[in-house]
Every structure is written in structure tokens, then in C-alpha cells.
Design a protein around this ligand. Structure first.
Ligand code: PLP
Length: 373
């Protein structure tokens, strides 16, 4: 089996698994209890928060553990907007993940206004495009750091400046970026940032939301005093420890991983061209997540390609994983205004650090066999 769908999820890192084990078996104390048995879980939580904060240059008390990217996005959008009057506007992009877009829809259904910012053909929200969609009532801007379908990296630093000039809070969904490209929340000057562990070789069902000190946000859920009183519920200590270990390892090896993935990417595109296949690569060639390769083959069917590759033991995705039931052209490809004859033949190959040049060769050979039959 060749796994080339790392934007959907990644393999759990063995060191992260080893770090989690004691908290699944022996050290099961509730971190909120005062007795000495809970001391180790309390300490592990604190260390994990410190480690994660250091990886993105945040302060530890700005990291709030959540159940993953979807929850972080829901909380960021609804938690800020619900404290504002109904005249307030949320501005977000047309290419966001459904965790953001469907949260925006829910806010619209509650009476708030939402503006959907278009993107360039390369899938970028330029500062000019954001500027054109900012108004006096825009109170929250949410633009993803990296797109999950085509990998384009947004100019978040410049976008945050514009949001702040208009007095708006800036959130970025960095689920596809954290652990893959360097992230410094202070340099980016974002107010909130969403992340999810299973996208960077951590366990599933755990993530975090960075909330800069001073941002006014409603609690996500009520109950105990966990997560500084803003996100109640007994902490999943093992998953949190695994997330911190995985993130630290990915950040320590970031440059080497990036170089490896860029090498694989280059090899794949060269081989595809040499094979004479009629394709376009979607996204921005100069600003993209290493390893995320969205390819559109002329007059092909992305769904057919996915299933034929699956029969050959190769896992890829059409559009985003969450859309795999849906054979329609994705909202992202529509926003990119891709020609229909290419758009329907789109697959996303997302290579990870464990993929090899042999994998690339096998994938291209398989595609050539399918498309040239
Ligand atoms: N945001 C983006 C950009 C994603 O790619 C995903 C997952 O595919 C999510 C949010 C949702 O994250 P999770 O699966 O952790 O809920």
C-alpha cells in the first residue's frame, strides 16, 4: 500500500505513541484532582502546553486544547461573533474548509452577515481582495493559512494587518500548516489560530486553538474550570501529550522534511510531464504546502482515478477527504475558476515524510497506465 493522502490524516508517530502510553495505562489520574497521584498528569499537561506554545511562539496560557480542527474553527468563529450585535459582519474566504464555511452558515442562520472573499486563480486571498471586502461592520476575519485541497499558502501576515486596521479580530485555520511550515503567531500577528494533531503525526480527536491574550471570546462549553474556564471537560491527557510530542518532532525536523517533500514533488511533476499526460497543477506554485499536489487531468474523472488507484493499492483523494462522497466539483476548484474539462479530473496527492522516490515512480506509472489505456 502506498499512502499518499497525508492532507486527510497522517500516521501516528511512534515516539508520540510511546509518550502517550503511560497516560493510557498507569497514570490515569484526573488532572483536576489535588492528590499526589494526579501530580504526574497535571505536570504532563503543563509540559505539553509549554511545548506546543514554544513551537508556535505563543505563551502557554494562550493554548486551549480542543477535540481538533473542526472544534477550534467552530469555537473561534462562533465564540467571537456571539458576543457581538447582529449588525456585525464576518469576512471569510470562498476556499475555507467546511469547518469554517458551515460555522459561517450557522452564524448567517442566526442573523449575522457573512462576506465570502473570492480568490485568485492560484487560490490566494490577496491583500487587495480582502481590502475590497472590508467594511465598517467587519468584526472578524477568518482566512486559512494553507488550503487543504490545493495547498496554497495565504499571505496571512498582510491580511491580519488589514483586519487590525479596521478594528477586526483575525483568525486563521492553520490545520494544514502547523507542523509543516514554520509558524510564529507573534510575527504573523494573528489573534486566533486553529490546529489539529492528526495532520502532523499526532493522535486523532485532539487539537488546539491559540487565543491571543485580550481577545474577547465566549466559552466553547460550560462545566468545570478546565482550559482557563473556557472549554470545560476532563482533559484527554494521553492525546495532549502525544500531540505535543508529535508537534515537537515535526518542528525539529521541519526543514529536512520540507526539502524531502519538495524533492518528491519535483520528481513527480517531471515524471508526469515526461509521460506526456495532459494535466494542470492547481494552487500557487511559489506558495504551497510541500507535498500537497492537486492535479487535474483533462477529460478524466477524479472519482474514477481514485478508485482505480485504490485497486492498485494507492491512497489519494479527490478534492478534500471530507468531500469524498461528493462527485461534484468542489467549492475550492470552483473558486479557482478551473476549466470544467480539467476540474472533473482532479485528484489530490498529498505526500508525507515517509513517502519515497519509489512511491512517486509507482504512482506516476499507475496514473499513466490508467489514463493512457
Ligand atoms: N481545517 C482544515 C483546513 C482541514 O484540512 C481540516 C481537516 O481536513 C479541518 C479543518 C478539520 O480538522 P479535524 O479533522 O481535526 O476536525
Amino acid at each position: 500500500m502506498i499512502y499518499a493522502d497525508n492532507a486527510a490524516t497522517t500516521k501516528l508517530d511512534i515516539e508520540a505513541f510511546e509518550a502517550m502510553k503511560p497516560f493510557l495505562l498507569d497514570q490515569y489520574g484526573n488532572a483536576s484532582q489535588p492528590y499526589s497521584f494526579s501530580r504526574s498528569t497535571k505536570k504532563a499537561l503543563k509540559q505539553a502546553r509549554n511545548t506546543i506554545a514554544a513551537c508556535i511562539n505563543a505563551d502557554a496560557d494562550e493554548i486551549y486544547f480542543t477535540s481538533g480542527g473542526t472544534e477550534s474553527d467552530n469555537w473561534a468563529l462562533k465564540g467571537v461573533m456571539c458576543g457581538l450585535d447582529r449588525e456585525s459582519v464576518l469576512a471569510t474566504s470562498q476556499i475555507e474548509h467546511h469547518a469554517v464555511l458551515h460555522s459561517a452558515n450557522a452564524l448567517e442562520n442566526s442573523g449575522y452577515c457573512v462576506t465570502y472573499i473570492p480568490v485568485t486563480k492560484n487560490g490566494i486571498v490577496t491583500p487587495e481582495l480582502l481590502m475590497m471586502h472590508m467594511g465598517e461592520s467587519t468584526k472578524l476575519v477568518s482566512v486559512m493559512l494553507a488550503n487543504n485541497e490545493v495547498g496554497s499558502i495565504q499571505p496571512v501576515k498582510e491580511l491580519a494587518v488589514i483586519a487590525h486596521q479596521h478594528g477586526a479580530v483575525f483568525h486563521t485555520d492553520a490545520v494544514q500548516a502547523v507542523g509543516h511550515i514554520p509558524i510564529d503567531v507573534k510575527a504573523l500577528d494573528v489573534d486566533m489560530l486553529s490546529a489539529s494533531a492528526h495532520k502532523f503525526n499526532g493522535p486523532k480527536g485532539i487539537g488546539f486553538l491559540y487565543i491571543k491574550k485580550g481577545v474577547r471570546i465566549h466559552p466553547y462549553q460550560n462545566g468545570g474550570a478546565q482550559e482557563f474556564g473556557l472549554r470545560a471537560g476532563t482533559e484527554n491527557v494521553a492525546a495532549i501529550v502525544g500531540m505535543a510530542a508529535a508537534l515537537k518532532k515535526n518542528c525539529d525536523n521541519l526543514l529536512a522534511n520540507q526539502q524531502h517533500l519538495l524533492g518528491l514533488e519535483k520528481a513527480m511533476l517531471c515524471e508526469l510531464t515526461r509521460a506526456g499526460l495532459d494535466y494542470v497543477r492547481n494552487g500557487d506554485p511559489d506558495h504551497h504546502i510541500p507535498g500537497n499536489i492537486s492535479l487535474s487531468f483533462r477529460n478524466a474523472s477524479g472519482e474514477m482515478l481514485l478508485h482505480r488507484l485504490d485497486l492498485m493499492g494507492i491512497c489519494v483523494s479527490t478534492g478534500s477527504a471530507c468531500d469524498s462522497q461528493n462527485t461534484q466539483i468542489s467549492h475550492v476548484l470552483r473558486a479557482l475558476r478551473l476549466d470544467e474539462e480539467y476540474a472533473t479530473g482532479t485528484i489530490r496527492i498529498s505526500l508525507g515524510k515517509d513517502n519515497s522516490f519509489d512511491d512517486v515512480h509507482i504512482i506516476v506509472n499507475a496514473l499513466t497506465r490508467i489514463l493512457c489505456q
